[in-house]
Write a protein that binds this ligand. Sequence first.
Ligand code: TXA
Ligand code: MG
Length: 326
Amino acid sequence: MHLIRKAVHLLRAGGLVAFPTETVYGLGADATNSAAVRKVFDVKGRPSTNPLIVHVADKDVARRYATDWPESAELLARTFWPGALTLILPKHSSIVDEATAGRKTVGLRVPDHPLTRQLLHAFDGPLVGPSANRSMRVSPTTAGHVRQELGDWVDMILDGGACRVGIESTVVDLMSARPAILRPGGVSRQDIERIIGPTELIQASVCPTAVSSSPGQHPVHYSPITPAYWYNPRDDKNLIASLEKRDPRRLTVVSIASVPQIIAIRWIAMPCEPVEYARRLYSALRDADEAQGDAILIEMPPDEPCWLAVRDRLHRASRPLAQRVE
Ligand code: TXA
Ligand code: MG
């Protein structure tokens, strides 16, 4: 409890506190304090046009920060909160304009982590919480990742262990008659549709023109530093064979095959089940970077609904192997 009291004190004074959630670690600041929110953008190196998610303790608090609360919001919040779901709704004026990049809407989420729920209850207000990484880089799923990435720039890091879900929340826009998923994530499209019916999917990783409606959906994101390429084991056989010949032992491979099938300095075997895979994804990308090869090759999991969120992140962390230039 002492840690929570200290964190609340820092946040009230306009400080930055990184907090654990079930998805990834967030970089927390008071969402009603413009100077504190501006610091978040500075520390992340985030474009001021990309709005932040606002975290609250529960549904009743969320309702205070949205000027409209449609039936779809009530149903989704009741079903999935606390959890990996962010709802885009009309913004209340107490959330500063900097937090939402000047938009009239706000993304609200109740995270599912005991430490951060204690923090939110004790803070008794809204906290912005973008993923606690530098902009465009891999999201942190442990307190150690946050320390590596932003250590000197934050006032405190609450350590809540490794994140259980491992990829970010699903962002659902409820502003128009037909709801839309702006970012696939921890809650699946099927689960959302089971509650509110047909929900559109805006696929920014495939369709760059979708970027304007979903500002954070830049096609390049979540990237390791080493050049990373995704491949399909069947279609890209010849490309891989030629790489192996030219670049022996300089490749790092992230694959769902447990046995190495490509000559590589490092073979990172991933779970072949999507929920488990998501949990491991970002730390695997960090491990792949640390292998210090010349290139990271990532096997793209199958084009099936259950892999949607993982494939979205992989498409944005890497380029197609077929487009690799010498
Ligand atoms: O799981 C998560 O959502 C994590 C944890 C820490 O809660 N947070 C997170 O925040 O991923 P961030 O800032 O890295 O991503 C927020 C995403 C961005 O794609 C942003 O563009 C979108 O949500 N977003 C936020 N507010 C929005 C709004 N008003 N309209 C449209 N998109 C919005
Ligand atoms: Mg992020």
